[in-house]
Design a protein around this ligand. Structure first.
Ligand code: ADP
Ligand code: MG
Length: 720
């Protein structure tokens, strides 16, 4: 296989530059040109029909058949005029990523292009091959996709793509979008009610998301020459390069030429699709980068993130780059996350997490701020579960990623504000607008402007006007963590409203009632607040003292989904039934098992068929050399020592692979999925992966570079 490595290196050097420029430097001229959104609908639909559609979207109402027919017809004409021949329902099954099945507009029977409202509204893809966690038994192996009008249709290639949810014949959710939509509705209702305590003009609250996407870009030929990258998106072997990220020269450094060309082109494609990509920069690790869009409503932002990842992969190919979204493609080098910047914004345009200069509005801000902290404290385990994946396990708690312990960072100034509010519990608050001044709350606007108070080690951090959920993995669908976060905040806001209302009924002044509940929340949720170094060992100890969980692996972390508390929460807001939550966990566990299985197989195959033969061949060369030296009467101790070292590693690898195979046979017989997943985690991954890898990586240093079969880290990470 070493020839593959050298061929790949040659191809890398023979690459020619590909570069694309936008049709105009004024991005507004072509932004969203491939989107059939509000503007296009306004332009192509009869005013009465358009009004119906836009109202339905705004108020989450059903769209009737005649309206759907009109929208379908307009979308078809628009798409065909732009060269489309097909349409597809685009959905996000539990496999991760997106799925689609294309149908042509052309109907051979009638000889014309057709697209009916019913085809826009609902499709029945052959769903039997998508995971359902046992929800769909064979006799009802049907699934439906249903149009989500709140996310605009778009033209992708020559296909009109329609964002949809995916449900079973019996109505259970089989995707990431449907529970998300329900959680967003829950938070809208709960937050609006709380807002109305302050401002009766607020009728809706929209959750916003700005996901910062981290990724690695490596040469495609080099990546393709690594079976582990091809099969699982992660290198299972590879010695750290002499130069890693210790020089700290990559972050915000000059973007390398080929990667810049790639970014330029995928950004153009993203803009055409209405994805507001904005920021690009190098990340900490070599060959690691980040792209961030402007925030949007959560559902649309997540669709855009999913679509953008696809655009990036495709455009990457054109530039001879493989885009790696895996959370930890390289050992010893930083992993990748997808920071979920999140806030709640009212339909009157107020960001509820942005402190302002008016005392009255600041109480509104503090209400949302404190309630959110309280929600995270109440449901830390669910939040942890929502980011648990096989790949994220390699990243969380490693010394350059947020720990698996959930905590909230708010900065020293907000800490001071909360301390003040808490301490002055028995202070007599006078009525009138300046009562908050006595609490020091009027200090917020000035101090908040100082945004230098940052803590990169926190999994959930307040960053001035939004919370940033940093523990989310780079390859993950934000729908899952966003469902959990919006739901727990919805629940806490509901409880807040109920408690405050009761106090008011008892005769308490409204603002006093609010302040009192907030004070109670501050006290109760103190344990979740942490301002120190989340990567430190001290924090692990301190967190344990505070009673915060540190659940390191996915099969255990997702248990929090099926706790009584979580099941009740999902059910209370109609987000998911017990059956749906349980099915989802089953799917996740199955997928976890498969991923560890694949890695174990790839590892075994590479080790036995590539590494060991290479090591033996090299060892034979050394043996000949040792014998030659001996014949000449020259000291051959050093060579003999290397021969022995190689033998030692070969033995460790062989035994490890053999035992791992036996262990897998045993584990595969375990009927219970949960137990099987735990066994795959503890008895395969934890027990063998590191040991085998360690010896392979040592051999990499011993064996002649010319003979080594696998593309090396220094080549993957530093050659472009
Ligand atoms: P950072 O705060 O991480 O230094 P930015 O201010 O550029 O960087 O924001 C990062 C991401 O957060 C961007 O995607 C941005 O659109 C998003 N963002 C900013 N404000 C909000 C908000 N109120 N709600 C949700 N996301 C937001
Ligand atoms: Mg950030």
């Amino acid at each position: 296989m070493s020839h593959l490595r050298f061929e790949a290196l040659k191809r890398l050097h023979d690459r020619t530059k590909v570069h694309a420029e936008p049709t105009s430097p004024n991005i507004s001229k072509f932004f969203g040109e491939n989107v059939f959104g509000m503007e296009q609908m306004r332009a192509t639909l009869a005013p009465a029909v358009f009004k119906k559609v836009s109202n339905a979207i705004k108020n989450h109402e059903k769209i009737d058949e005649a309206t759907a027919d009109a929208v379908a017809s307009a979308a078809k004409s628009w798409a065909i005029a732009k060269g489309a021949t097909h349409f597809t329902h685009w959905f996000q099954p539990m496999t991760g990523g997106t799925a689609e099945k294309h149908d042509s507009f052309f109907d051979a029977l009638s000889g014309i292009e057709k697209f009916k409202g019913s085809e826009l509204v609902q499709q029945e893809p052959d769903a039997s091959s998508f995971p359902s966690g046992g929800i769909r038994s064979t006799f009802e192996a049907r699934g439906y996709t249903a149009w989500d009008p709140t996310s605009p249709m778009f033209l992708y290639g020559k296909t009109l793509s329609i964002p949809t949810i995916f449900v079973s014949y019996t109505g259970e959710t089989l995707d990431t979008k449907s529970p998300l939509l329900k959680a967003l509705k829950a938070v809208d209702i709960a937050a609006t009610r709380v807002c109305q305590l302050f401002d009766k003009d607020i009728n809706h609250v929209v959750a916003s998301l700005g996901p910062e996407q981290e990724y690695f870009a490596v040469d495609k030929a080099l990546a393709d020459a690594r079976p582990d990258l091809v099969m699982g998106g992660r290198t299972v072997f590879g010695h750290a390069p002499a130069r890693g990220q210790q020089l700290e020269d990559h972050y915000f450094g000059t973007i390398p030429g080929r990667v810049y060309d790639f970014m330029r082109e995928f950004e153009i494609e993203a803009w055409k699709l209405g994805i507001p990509v904005r920021t690009r920069h190098n990340e900490v690790a070599p060959s690691q980068f980040e792209v961030a869009p402007l925030f949007e409503e959560v559902n649309v932002a997540n669709d855009h993130n999913q679509l953008m990842m696809d655009v990036m992969s495709r455009v990457g190919e054109k530039h001879g780059l493989k885009i790696l979204f895996h959370e930890k493609p390289f050992a010893g080098v930083n992993g990748s996350g997808k920071h979920n910047n999140w806030s709640l914004i009212t339909d009157t345009g107020v960001n509820l997490y942005a402190p302002t200069s008016s005392a009255k509005d600041n109480l509104l801000f503090l209400t949302f701020f404190i309630t959110t902290i309280k929600a995270v404290h109440e449901h830390a385990d669910l939040l942890r579960a929502s980011i648990a994946t096989a790949a994220n396990d390699f990243r969380l708690g490693a010394n350059e990623a947020p720990p698996a312990i959930m905590s909230v960072f708010i900065g020293s100034q907000m800490t001071a504000v909360l301390d003040e509010l808490e301490k002055k519990g028995n202070v007599k608050i006078e009525k009138g607008d300046n009562m908050y001044m006595k609490l020091g709350i009027d200090q917020i606007p000035e101090i908040i402007l100082d945004a230098t108070d940052r803590n990169r080690t926190s999994p959930f951090a307040f960053t001035g006007n939004k919370f940033e959920f940093r523990a989310v993995g780079s390859s993950d669908n934000c729908g899952t963590p966003m469902t959990a976060l919006n739901l727990i905040v919805a629940d806490q806001l509901t409880k807040f409203y109920e408690t405050v209302s009761k106090e008011i009924e008892k005769g308490e002044e409204k603002r006093m009632a609010i302040v009192n509940v907030l004070r109670k929340y501050i006290k109760e949720s103190k344990a979740i607040r942490f301002e120190g170094d989340g990567y430190s060992d001290e924090w692990v100890k301190e967190a344990a003292k505070r009673g915060l969980n540190n659940i390191k692996t996915m099969p255990l972390a997702i248990d929090a989904y099926v706790s009584k508390k979580s099941l009740e929460l999902f059910e209370k807001y109609g987000v998911m039934s017990h059956k749906e939550v349980e099915a989802r966990n089953e799917i996740k566990l199955e997928s976890y098992i498969k991923k560890v299985q694949i890695e174990a197989r790839v590892m075994g195959d590479l080790a036995m068929n590539h590494i060991i033969p290479t090591a033996i061949a090299y060892q034979n060369k050394l043996i000949a050399n040792a014998n030659g030296l001996k014949g000449l009467g020259i000291d051959n101790k050093a060579v003999v020592q290397t021969i022995k070292e190689i033998s030692g590693h070969i033995e460790i690898i062989k035994n490890g692979v053999r035992d791992m195979v036996e262990e897998r046979k045993r584990i595969n017989k375990i009927a219970d999925t949960h137990k099987r997943a735990i066994a795959y985690c503890d008895d395969i991954k934890e027990k063998y992966f590191e040991t085998i890898r360690d010896s392979v990586d040592k051999l990499e240093l011993l064996v002649d570079d010319e003979d080594w079969p696998l593309v090396k880290y220094r080549e993957l990470l530093f050659l472009r």
